[in-house]
Design a protein around this ligand. Structure first.
Ligand SMILES: [Zn+2]
Length: 138
């Protein structure tokens, strides 16, 4: 995806969302991230704009209601937000670092053939430690 202002605006428009400074800043951040983000991480990332916490939460809520983002709970009781990718309806596997909470999207081929035919998968999260957190343990 893009962080071009015109394309971000178009993405908002496709979801019937008016362009605001907060929406553009938060959308730009979500587009750039390799995996879902907590509200706190998003708030932190756009802190330079000086939005208050309720603005960030309201913006995420409007994205969620518009179907622009999906909320995910990956087993550590934190809600994370991720852009909905309309082209992709398969289960998205994730890697979750139990040390710092960093989340990465994994390749979908990781899920091929791991459950018997006819069984559906709702969620796959692989938990472990990222290189930074593994280093701390040494
Ligand atoms: Zn980590």
């Amino acid at each position: 995806m893009t962080n071009n202002i015109g394309e971000l605006t178009e993405l908002l428009r496709q979801h019937n969302l008016r362009r605001t400074v907060a929406r553009v800043a938060i959308l730009r951040h979500l587009v750039a991230m390799p995996g879902p983000q907590t509200a706190a991480e998003i708030e932190n990332a756009v802190a330079e704009h000086g939005f208050d916490q309720s603005t960030v939460y309201r913006t995420l809520e409007s994205f969620n209601e518009a179907g622009l983002v999906i909320q995910r709970e990956l087993g550590d009781r934190l809600l994370r937000f991720e852009l909905v990718d309309a082209r992709n309806t398969a289960v998205q596997p994730y890697y979750l670092c139990v040390g710092c909470g960093r989340v990465l999207r994994l390749s979908q081929c990781a899920t091929d053939g791991i459950v018997p035919a006819g069984f559906q998968i709702e969620q796959i999260t692989i938990r472990g430690r990222c290189p930074d957190c593994a280093e701390v343990l040494k």
